[in-house]
Design a protein around this ligand. Sequence first.
Ligand SMILES: NC(=O)c1ccc[n+]([C@@H]2O[C@H](COP(=O)([O-])OP(=O)(O)OC[C@H]3O[C@@H](n4cnc5c(N)ncnc54)[C@H](OP(=O)(O)O)[C@@H]3O)[C@@H](O)[C@H]2O)c1
Length: 312
Amino acid sequence: MRAMRQLAYGAPLVLEHVPEPVPGPGEVVVTVTRAAVNPLDVWISRGSVAAAGPLPRTGGGEGAGVTADGRRVAFRGAGLGVTRDGAYAERVAVPAAALADIPDGVSDAQAAGVGIAGVTALDVVELSGITPGSTVLVLGASGGVGSYALQLARARGARTIAQTSDASRVASLTQHADRVVVSVGDDLEEAVNHAGEQAVDVVLDGLGGAFGGPAVRLLRAGGVMVVYGASAGPSFTVTATEFYRKMARVVGYGGLGSNPAELSAKSATLLAEIASGRVAPRIAAELPLVAVNDAHLRIVERRAGGKLLLVP
Ligand SMILES: NC(=O)c1ccc[n+]([C@@H]2O[C@H](COP(=O)([O-])OP(=O)(O)OC[C@H]3O[C@@H](n4cnc5c(N)ncnc54)[C@H](OP(=O)(O)O)[C@@H]3O)[C@@H](O)[C@H]2O)c1
């Protein structure tokens, strides 16, 4: 079967013809119909994820497909694409505990990205303690996680402010946000204030870098910022007074440690939200499997504008 393989870190993935996957105890083989591409795949491909196992290895941490007995499933976790062969292939062996059934009315394309982006959004929204009426600033709102987070926050009754650095994305974000701001980081407070908001209750931050300090300053007394990524840079600075006087909380989230059964239960929650129409995945493009390196580049160059999917 065909698979996109990492032969060396820092090098493009390569199309190879490899033997069919052999399921271990408690595992099933899934015929992949869509593999979802995530920034994590890019970091793994560069060799910058400490937990990544030996090479060569098929990439891809999640996807959707069908089992031999006809179950339509989404899958994520259990080391797929990190410590074992992943989803960038025609077929993949997956622990049965990592499968979530795709409900009727939800397409494989809609389901393929729920495991990482969707579950992360679900978790950070929960962690932030959003309540009806909360004002929530979602950074990187056009992205895989941000686009889900924006919709989940709104579904919980929040007033939502979506940030993008790309003015061409404003119109598409408006349907899920009360306000959309264009900001490249340092100008975040000005952009939010200009949109008529002086402060927010919650920030969901997958960007860090130049966004982190201004985002903390935008929190109102008792506000919460959940930091789950660092797409715009690995560090940011806040002064002690900016932080403690308003009793702000800055909380980190890293989802890599969750076990497969927990992840698949959360994926099922997300899939039910999609089936109900309350949440819609933001799918930017569906590309052939061999275009994975182009997909990685689109993420790095911020040209994705939503979830990228591969069709084996
Ligand atoms: N903690 C966890 O468990 C976990 C799980 C999943 C993801 N993550 C991390 O969360 C972050 C977001 O993931 P994702 O899947 O949503 O990524 P994504 O689909 O690439 O979206 C990120 C969005 O942020 C904006 N962006 C990206 N790089 C930027 C930069 N340098 N400066 C300013 N804006 C930038 C882009 O929006 P515009 O172009 O519209 O501005 C992009 O659409 C990544 O860093 C990822 O590694 C963490």
